[in-house]
Write a protein that binds this ligand. Structure first.
Ligand code: SF4
Length: 235
C-alpha cells in the first residue's frame, strides 16, 4: 500500500517510541487497542463478496480516522502484536485499568492475535474487557471466542450485519438501529451515548454480561441514510 510521507513518518515514530499502540476514543471511559478498519475486517463481506450493511456506513473509514497519527497507530499495531513481549506489555499497560475496549476500529483478523488477546484477558482478571467482533462468522474462531466468553471479566459482543435492528443469536451481541425511536425486543438495550454528547459517561452496559443485546443508533450521515433507505424499501 502506498503511504503518504506524513503517515510513514508517524508509523516510524511509533516504531522508535517502543511502546504499545493504545488509544483513547473520546466517547470511551477507557483505553482501547485497534487496527485499521476494513483491511482487518474479514467479516465485513458476505458469502457473495458484498459488503454487509453494517460496514457500509462504518465511522472508522473516514473523518478523524484518516489523520496520519490516528491511521498510523492502527497500521503499527498490525505488526506490533506479533512481538514476543506484546502480551506481557499489554498486561503491564492494563495494571491500573478497570475497563478496556478492543477494536474501536478493525477486527480480530488473525487466530494468532486472538490467542494472544485471550492470554491478556486471562491474565488481567481485574479489568473488564469488551470485544465487539464479526469473526464469529468463521468456524475456526469459534473455539477461542467461546474461551473468551467463558471468562468472568470478558464480554464478547457478536456484531450483527443489520442496520435495522435484526439481532443475531449469541449470549451477548450488538446491532445498529436507525434511530432511538426504533422498537427493540425486551432483551435489547439502546445505547444512549448521544444524550451525553456522544460519551459513555457512567454507562458500562457494553461490558455487562447481563445485557444481552446493545442497539446502537446509526450515526454519521451515510449510516443514517443507509438505515432509512432499507426501512423505506421494506415498507
Ligand atoms: S451502551 Fe453505554 S457503554 Fe455501551 S457505548 Fe453506549 S454509552 Fe457506552
Amino acid at each position: 500500500m502506498v503511504q503518504s510521507p506524513k503517515l510513514e513518518a508517524a508509523i516510524d515514530k511509533l516504531k522508535h517510541r517502543g511502546t504499545l499502540g493504545l488509544s483513547k476514543a473520546s466517547k470511551m471511559p477507557c483505553q482501547s487497542w485497534s487496527l485499521e478498519a476494513f483491511n482487518t475486517c474479514a467479516g465485513a463481506m458476505d458469502n457473495e463478496g458484498n459488503e454487509v450493511d453494517a460496514c457500509k456506513g462504518c465511522y472508522a473509514r473516514g473523518g478523524n480516522y484518516r489523520f496520519p497519527n490516528v491511521a498510523a497507530v492502527r497500521i503499527f499495531n498490525k505488526q506490533d502484536w506479533k512481538r514476543d513481549e506484546w502480551v506481557s506489555d499489554m498486561i503491564t499497560a492494563l495494571d491500573n485499568d478497570r475497563y478496556f475496549r478492543w477494536f474501536d476500529s478493525g477486527d480480530m483478523y488473525s487466530l494468532g492475535l486472538a490467542f494472544k488477546m485471550l492470554e491478556v484477558m486471562q491474565r488481567t482478571p481485574w479489568c473488564k474487557h469488551w470485544l465487539p467482533t464479526r469473526q464469529h462468522k468463521f468456524e475456526k474462531f469459534q473455539a477461542v471466542i467461546a474461551q473468551m466468553e467463558a471468562l468472568p471479566n470478558v464480554v464478547v459482543r457478536l456484531s450483527s450485519d443489520s442496520v435495522i435492528g435484526e439481532t443475531i443469536a449469541g449470549a451477548t451481541s450488538s446491532v445498529i438501529i436507525p434511530d432511538t425511536s426504533h422498537a427493540v425486543d425486551s432483551n435489547t438495550e439502546v445505547c444512549d451515548a448521544y444524550d451525553r454528547s456522544g460519551k459513555c459517561g457512567d454507562c458500562r452496559r457494553c461490558w455487562s454480561k447481563d445485557v444481552q443485546v446493545i442497539a446502537y443508533p446509526a450515526h454519521g450521515k451515510k449510516a443514517v441514510k443507509l438505515s432509512a433507505d432499507i426501512i423505506a424499501r421494506a415498507a
